[in-house]
Structures are given as structure tokens and as C-alpha cells.
Design a protein around this ligand. Sequence first.
Ligand code: MLT
Length: 209
Amino acid sequence: MPGVSEPEFIHRFVPAASGEPERVLLLLHGTGGNESDMISLGRELDSSASLLGLRGKISENGLPRFFRRLAEGVFDEEDVIRRAHELADFVGVAAKRYEFDPQQVVAVGYSNGANIAAAILLLRPGVLAGAVLFRAMVPLVPPALPNLTHTRVLLLSGEADPIVPVENVERLAAMLRRAHADVTLRFEPAGHALGLDDIEAAKGWLGSS
Ligand code: MLT
């Protein structure tokens, strides 16, 4: 349509080393990260996937994020909605550009990146085949629950996370389950930072699909 431009993000695409990859990992960083931050984690999680790392467009005192927040854990819902749709649209643009199957995209997000991925699950069912959400919280309450049948979600949370209260991620898990997603929620003996247990759990979960 004239005048309507395609969404664009600063990103990095790493094609699978060989053959036709089934899966594309959409890598979404935490506050202050960038498109390259999670590339080695993505490779560690799935050595045969293609990798698409994005940089969030919001700058919070120079630190990239995927949506605005009003305070720690208090989100600008209008911005969450707008940015989730923009990012979901970009997945389609990238699928055409890099010729991957848009049905095979699994998000791997950490903190703010996990929260935008959760927002995409809740607002744009069908865009993500699955998601590994490290230290996620409820990004918004959608007006109606989507149908997430056949969508697998792994929530890896820290039982002593000072940023994400246990009840918050439990609420997110319950919401996703009510939407019929296949949800695994695990608490690691950890805080907000990722540890080796998180990586092993994510690897095992990705390997079992
Ligand atoms: C963060 O530090 O990024 C928060 O924990 C999560 C968010 O703001 O989305």
C-alpha cells in the first residue's frame, strides 16, 4: 500500500550452518542489550537453528528496550501493544527476506525480551510456534484471551528474583494455560540473572519438541 512502510528493526540474522533449518530462534534481549547479545546463547540452545537477534527500539537513558515502562515492573500498556504488533509484523518481513518458514519461529527472550514475546503470544497468536521466556512477567492483560492451542511455552523463573515476584509469573502461566498453550513453568534457585540450570532446562525443552 503506498505510504505504508514495512516495519524494520536493527537485527542480525545467522542462517543455520547447513541444510534446511526447521527452526528459527527469535532472540530478544533484556534492557540494555542488543541484536548480538543472545546469538551465542541461541547457538548453544539449538546448534541447527537459524538465529534472528533483534534490537529493541526504545531507548531508556541510552539502554535499548522493546517497550516503554513507567517504572520498574510498571509498563506503558499502549506502547506494549503497539510494539508487540510491530515486532510481530517484522517477523513476517524477515521470513520473506531470509526465506524462512514463519510457522517455525520460536522466541527466546530474557527479561524485557521475554515480556515482549509474552505480549506477542497474547496479542498475535500464530506468530510464534513457541517461546522460551527467561524471567518473564505479565506484560499486559489482553481484552480477550487468544487461542494458543499447539503453542509451547517454557517459563524459566528465579525463585529469588528481586524484579519478578513469583505470583506474577504464576499469573502469566495461568493466563497462557487458560489460552490453551502448553506451558511449563520452572523455578530455578536463582535471582534475575541466568545460570547454567536455565540453559540446560531450555536446551532440554527445545530438544524435546
Ligand atoms: C527489565 O529490567 O527489563 C524488567 O525486568 C522487565 C521489563 O521492564 O520488561
